[in-house]
Design a protein around this ligand. Structure first.
Ligand code: PNS
Length: 161
Protein backbone atom coordinates (compact mmCIF):
# COMPACT_ATOMS: atom_id res chain seq x y z
CA UNK A 1 0.00 0.00 0.00
CA UNK A 2 1.25 3.47 -0.90
CA UNK A 3 2.14 5.62 2.12
CA UNK A 4 0.36 8.89 1.45
CA UNK A 5 0.84 11.83 3.80
CA UNK A 6 -1.19 15.01 3.93
CA UNK A 7 0.84 18.11 4.78
CA UNK A 8 -1.83 20.63 5.76
CA UNK A 9 -1.48 24.30 6.53
CA UNK A 10 -2.41 27.87 5.82
CA UNK A 11 0.76 28.49 3.79
CA UNK A 12 0.11 32.22 3.80
CA UNK A 13 2.68 32.23 2.24
CA UNK A 14 4.82 29.07 1.94
CA UNK A 15 8.23 29.45 3.62
CA UNK A 16 11.55 27.68 3.21
CA UNK A 17 10.76 25.95 6.51
CA UNK A 18 7.67 24.36 4.91
CA UNK A 19 9.68 23.31 1.85
CA UNK A 20 12.31 21.71 4.08
CA UNK A 21 9.62 19.61 5.80
CA UNK A 22 8.19 18.52 2.43
CA UNK A 23 11.63 17.60 1.09
CA UNK A 24 12.43 15.52 4.16
CA UNK A 25 8.93 14.03 4.28
CA UNK A 26 9.42 12.72 0.75
CA UNK A 27 12.19 10.48 2.11
CA UNK A 28 9.63 8.83 4.39
CA UNK A 29 6.44 8.71 2.34
CA UNK A 30 5.57 7.63 -1.20
CA UNK A 31 3.52 10.72 -1.83
CA UNK A 32 2.80 14.01 -0.07
CA UNK A 33 -0.35 16.00 -0.66
CA UNK A 34 0.20 19.60 0.37
CA UNK A 35 -3.26 20.69 1.49
CA UNK A 36 -3.90 24.42 1.58
CA UNK A 37 -6.56 25.47 4.06
CA UNK A 38 -9.61 27.10 2.51
CA UNK A 39 -11.54 28.78 5.30
CA UNK A 40 -13.68 31.80 4.36
CA UNK A 41 -14.08 32.78 8.02
CA UNK A 42 -10.30 33.13 8.45
CA UNK A 43 -8.43 36.10 7.07
CA UNK A 44 -5.51 35.34 4.80
CA UNK A 45 -3.18 37.70 2.97
CA UNK A 46 -3.20 35.50 -0.13
CA UNK A 47 -6.10 33.72 -1.82
CA UNK A 48 -6.14 29.93 -2.01
CA UNK A 49 -5.21 30.21 -5.69
CA UNK A 50 -2.21 32.41 -4.91
CA UNK A 51 -1.08 30.19 -2.03
CA UNK A 52 -1.34 27.07 -4.20
CA UNK A 53 0.50 28.75 -7.06
CA UNK A 54 3.43 29.74 -4.83
CA UNK A 55 3.76 26.16 -3.51
CA UNK A 56 3.43 24.60 -6.97
CA UNK A 57 6.07 26.91 -8.40
CA UNK A 58 8.45 26.17 -5.53
CA UNK A 59 7.99 22.42 -5.90
CA UNK A 60 8.14 22.17 -9.67
CA UNK A 61 11.28 20.00 -9.57
CA UNK A 62 9.77 17.48 -7.17
CA UNK A 63 7.74 14.46 -8.14
CA UNK A 64 5.41 12.61 -5.77
CA UNK A 65 3.99 15.90 -4.47
CA UNK A 66 0.54 17.22 -5.19
CA UNK A 67 -0.81 20.59 -4.15
CA UNK A 68 -4.50 20.77 -3.32
CA UNK A 69 -6.85 22.76 -1.11
CA UNK A 70 -9.36 21.57 1.44
CA UNK A 71 -12.12 22.85 3.66
CA UNK A 72 -13.94 21.19 6.53
CA UNK A 73 -12.27 18.67 8.78
CA UNK A 74 -8.74 17.64 7.96
CA UNK A 75 -9.35 13.99 8.89
CA UNK A 76 -12.30 13.85 6.47
CA UNK A 77 -10.08 15.21 3.73
CA UNK A 78 -7.38 12.66 4.63
CA UNK A 79 -9.91 9.84 4.36
CA UNK A 80 -11.20 11.15 1.03
CA UNK A 81 -7.62 11.15 -0.29
CA UNK A 82 -6.79 7.69 1.13
CA UNK A 83 -4.04 9.18 3.26
CA UNK A 84 -3.06 7.48 6.50
CA UNK A 85 -0.69 10.17 7.73
CA UNK A 86 -0.88 13.83 8.66
CA UNK A 87 2.55 15.42 8.46
CA UNK A 88 3.34 18.46 10.61
CA UNK A 89 6.53 20.34 11.28
CA UNK A 90 7.44 21.21 14.85
CA UNK A 91 9.54 24.27 15.60
CA UNK A 92 10.29 25.64 19.04
CA UNK A 93 8.53 24.55 22.24
CA UNK A 94 5.90 27.22 21.57
CA UNK A 95 4.45 25.03 18.79
CA UNK A 96 4.07 22.06 21.04
CA UNK A 97 0.83 22.82 22.87
CA UNK A 98 -1.15 23.71 19.76
CA UNK A 99 0.25 20.77 17.78
CA UNK A 100 -0.51 18.42 20.66
CA UNK A 101 -4.14 19.61 20.80
CA UNK A 102 -4.52 19.35 17.03
CA UNK A 103 -3.03 15.85 16.88
CA UNK A 104 -5.15 14.60 19.79
CA UNK A 105 -8.35 16.04 18.36
CA UNK A 106 -7.60 14.54 14.95
CA UNK A 107 -6.90 11.20 16.59
CA UNK A 108 -10.17 11.39 18.46
CA UNK A 109 -12.00 12.15 15.22
CA UNK A 110 -10.33 9.37 13.26
CA UNK A 111 -8.05 6.80 14.84
CA UNK A 112 -6.96 5.45 11.48
CA UNK A 113 -5.01 8.62 10.68
CA UNK A 114 -1.66 9.08 12.42
CA UNK A 115 0.05 12.43 12.92
CA UNK A 116 3.79 12.39 12.27
CA UNK A 117 5.98 15.32 13.32
CA UNK A 118 9.27 16.29 11.79
CA UNK A 119 11.51 18.64 13.73
CA UNK A 120 12.09 21.73 11.71
CA UNK A 121 15.57 22.30 10.36
CA UNK A 122 17.66 24.42 12.76
CA UNK A 123 17.90 27.16 10.13
CA UNK A 124 14.13 27.56 10.10
CA UNK A 125 13.40 27.34 13.80
CA UNK A 126 12.21 30.95 14.04
CA UNK A 127 10.75 31.16 10.55
CA UNK A 128 7.00 31.62 10.43
CA UNK A 129 4.65 32.98 7.78
CA UNK A 130 3.33 35.57 10.25
CA UNK A 131 6.71 37.03 11.19
CA UNK A 132 7.76 37.03 7.54
CA UNK A 133 4.60 38.95 6.57
CA UNK A 134 5.26 41.44 9.35
CA UNK A 135 8.79 42.13 8.11
CA UNK A 136 7.71 42.25 4.45
CA UNK A 137 4.83 44.63 5.20
CA UNK A 138 7.32 47.27 6.30
CA UNK A 139 9.86 46.59 3.56
CA UNK A 140 12.22 44.42 5.63
CA UNK A 141 14.34 41.88 3.78
CA UNK A 142 13.06 38.33 3.89
CA UNK A 143 15.63 37.00 1.44
CA UNK A 144 16.47 33.35 2.07
CA UNK A 145 13.43 32.79 4.27
CA UNK A 146 10.87 32.19 1.54
CA UNK A 147 11.14 30.82 -2.01
CA UNK A 148 11.69 33.49 -4.71
CA UNK A 149 8.07 33.36 -5.91
CA UNK A 150 6.77 34.15 -2.40
CA UNK A 151 9.36 36.90 -1.96
CA UNK A 152 8.16 38.50 -5.19
CA UNK A 153 4.46 38.12 -4.35
CA UNK A 154 4.95 39.64 -0.89
CA UNK A 155 6.73 42.64 -2.40
CA UNK A 156 3.87 43.04 -4.90
CA UNK A 157 1.22 42.72 -2.18
CA UNK A 158 2.82 45.36 0.00
CA UNK A 159 3.59 47.70 -2.90
CA UNK A 160 7.38 47.44 -2.96
CA UNK A 161 7.62 46.72 -6.71
O1 PNS B 1 -0.58 26.37 9.05
P1 PNS B 1 -1.58 26.26 10.15
O2 PNS B 1 -2.48 27.47 10.16
O3 PNS B 1 -0.93 26.00 11.49
O4 PNS B 1 -2.50 24.98 9.82
C1 PNS B 1 -3.59 24.67 10.62
C2 PNS B 1 -4.44 23.53 10.00
C3 PNS B 1 -4.84 23.88 8.58
C4 PNS B 1 -3.65 22.26 9.98
C5 PNS B 1 -5.71 23.35 10.90
O5 PNS B 1 -6.30 24.60 11.14
C6 PNS B 1 -6.76 22.42 10.28
O6 PNS B 1 -6.54 21.26 10.11
N1 PNS B 1 -7.94 22.99 9.94
C7 PNS B 1 -9.06 22.27 9.36
C8 PNS B 1 -10.16 21.99 10.40
C9 PNS B 1 -9.74 20.85 11.32
O7 PNS B 1 -9.81 19.71 10.94
N2 PNS B 1 -9.26 21.19 12.53
C10 PNS B 1 -8.68 20.24 13.47
C11 PNS B 1 -9.68 19.44 14.24
S1 PNS B 1 -10.94 20.39 15.02
Amino acid sequence: MQKIAIYPGSFDPVTNGHLDIIERGLKLFDKIIVAVLHNPSKEFLFTVKERKHMIETSLKDFSDVEVDSFDGLLVDYAKKRNAQIILRGMRAVSDFEYEFQLALMNRRLNREVQTVFLMTGLRWIFTSSSIIKEAARFGGSIDGMVPPVANRKLKEKFGFV
